[in-house]
Ligand binder design. Structure first.
Ligand code: AMP
Ligand code: ZN
Length: 476
């Protein structure tokens, strides 16, 4: 396994990655709250964890990856740094759409998984749904409670930050928010012992029948937002594991709370060795977000005839620790570059006749391989990796070797360059579109649909050949 360096939010420094049990790497990413379509900001974060997984694999590790789907009890107040206040997003969406919270979850989970596929993101061992792990969450709260780090008040069971600190722990790890250290200025819940305490379990309000609620040893209710990630990650990855990822906002309260409650329960430090946080996608310098009113979804992208994979390409234009400002022009430029690459790669693949490389050429091939590996191993430097990609295109080595290099680099980039083999110049756009649609159908195992598209392509005068390494399109 080659060395890998990652910026660890625990220390704020770039560190050499050491797995607990190599080559295995336990990795957990906070997934979406399934009450609405994700924004392309959210997708940037999921693409970061995908790249992390791909880089780990490329470097010889075996990632064991889990991602949760938050389908319950996530309050709107978390944008203000307090996840225990405001309205439950799931129930709010249900009310608005005249459905049950369960239907809302079902609908948006299906949608999420479809888009996940379109962006060619690596699937976890399992997408863990919070509502399927209520038992584990209750057990975890019981454990925290029995160790004296939780207490009950009228509206729920709360984590006792003071007790945790008194026992010699540091609360607020990862957080850059001074607030988490001092506590919120306005405390809406006067029964809380300390403004920093957060809910582990909330009771259903008296007289209100929630769509989602469960029995617990303390009363009917639902889990606090943070507890699900601790319960599900520890169930599958153990009480201590390697990497936890998410967007930069989660550093302020969600992740510090995960750390505190997990370590309170297990007594083991650190809960997670490396915390990897991705910077926001912004619009005019502000976070792209639904509540900010400046958000786009993957559907907005597709409506402009832009391939979701072009969005992937666009994300790679910035390092994950830097915010990227979104513009349609920049995304269109990414699409142009991607089209160009697809065309070039097709041409390389069609060039046959591999000859033995001279020593000089072999050294060149290795030079690019090493340069690429160095870029990705250096804190996932994707802009640098992309530039190596283009250097290969311009290099003085045989096309066949360029193809091999690009194909292996694409295991990390995930742009499916060897899949789409449309020799761009002679194929009309309409046919190119259909070929992509057919690939999507095939990837989604909707073979009937794929066959229908093939027929449409045939009617337009083109033939498709499925090759071991991709698809070839020819005039009839
Ligand atoms: P949410 O559904 O709001 O819980 O967010 C899901 C994930 O997307 C979290 O890891 C967030 O940190 C991340 N996220 C939210 N907004 C953005 C953004 N504008 N850019 C990148 N990541 C984001
Ligand atoms: Zn989480």
């Amino acid at each position: 396994m080659a060395d890998l360096y990652l910026t660890n939010s625990l220390t704020g420094k770039k560190e050499k990655f050491e797995a607990i049990n190599p080559p295995d790497v336990g990795i957990y990413t906070c997934g979406p709250t399934v009450y609405d379509y994700p924004t392309i900001g959210n997708w940037r974060t999921y693409t970061l964890s995908d790249v992390l997984l791909r880089v780990l694999k490329y470097l010889g590790y075996k990632p064991i990856f889990y991602m949760n789907l938050t389908d319950v009890g996530h309050f709107t107040g978390d944008n203000l740094g307090d996840a225990d206040i405001g309205e439950d997003r799931m129930e709010k969406a249900a009310k608005k759409q005249g459905k049950s919270a369960w239907d809302i979850a079902e609908f948006y989970i299906k949608d999420f998984l479809e888009s996940y596929e379109k962006l060619n993101l690596t699937r976890p061992e399992k997408f863990t749904r919070a509502t399927e792990y209520i038992k584990e969450q209750i057990e975890l709260v019981e454990k925290i409670h029995s160790k004296g780090y939780a207490y009950k008040i009228d509206d729920g069971i709360y984590f006792d930050v003071q007790a945790y600190e008194t026992a010699g722990n540091v609360y607020g790890e990862l957080s850059t928010l001074q607030k988490i250290k001092e506590g919120a200025r306005v405390e809406p819940n006067l029964q809380k012992k300390n403004p920093r305490d957060f809910a582990l379990w909330k009771f259903s309000p008296t007289g209100v029948k929630r769509h989602m609620e469960w029995d617990s040893p303390w009363g009917v209710g639902f889990p606090g937002w943070h507890i699900e990630c601790s319960a599900m990650s520890m169930k599958y990855l153990g009480e201590q594991f390697d990497i936890h990822a998410g967007g930069e906002d989660l550093k302020s309260t969600h992740h510090p709370n995960e750390v505190a409650q997990s370590e309170a329960a297990t007594g083991k430090h650190p809960f997670v060795r490396y915390w990897v946080h991705g910077a926001f996608l912004t619009v005019d310098g502000k976070r792209m977000g639904k509540s900010e009113g400046n958000a786009y979804t993957l559907y907005d992208v597709e409506a402009k005839n832009i391939d979701p994979l072009a969005l992937r390409y666009f994300y790679f234009s910035g390092h994950y620790k830097q915010q990227i400002n979104f513009t349609w022009d920049a995304l269109a430029a990414a699409q142009t570059s991607l089209n160009k690459l697809q065309g070039i790669v097709t041409d390389y693949r069609d060039s046959r006749g591999r000859t033995t490389l001279s020593v000089d050429k072999l050294a060149k091939v290795n030079f690019y391989r090493e340069k690429f590996e160095k870029a990705i191993a250096d804190d996932l430097n994707m802009p640098q990796a992309l530039s190596v990609f283009w250097e290969v295109v311009k290099a003085n080595i045989p096309d066949y070797d360029k193809y091999d290099l690009i194909e292996s680099f694409d295991q990390v980039l995930g742009l499916q360059l060897s899949k789409f083999t449309i020799s761009n110049s002679q194929i009309p756009k309409e046919v190119q579109e259909l070929v992509k649609q057919r690939e999507n159908s095939r990837r989604g195992r909707r073979y009937k649909e794929a066959d229908e598209i093939r027929r449409k392509i045939y009617d337009l005068g083109f033939k498709i050949e499925d090759l071991a390494r991709g698809v070839k399109v020819k005039k009839k």
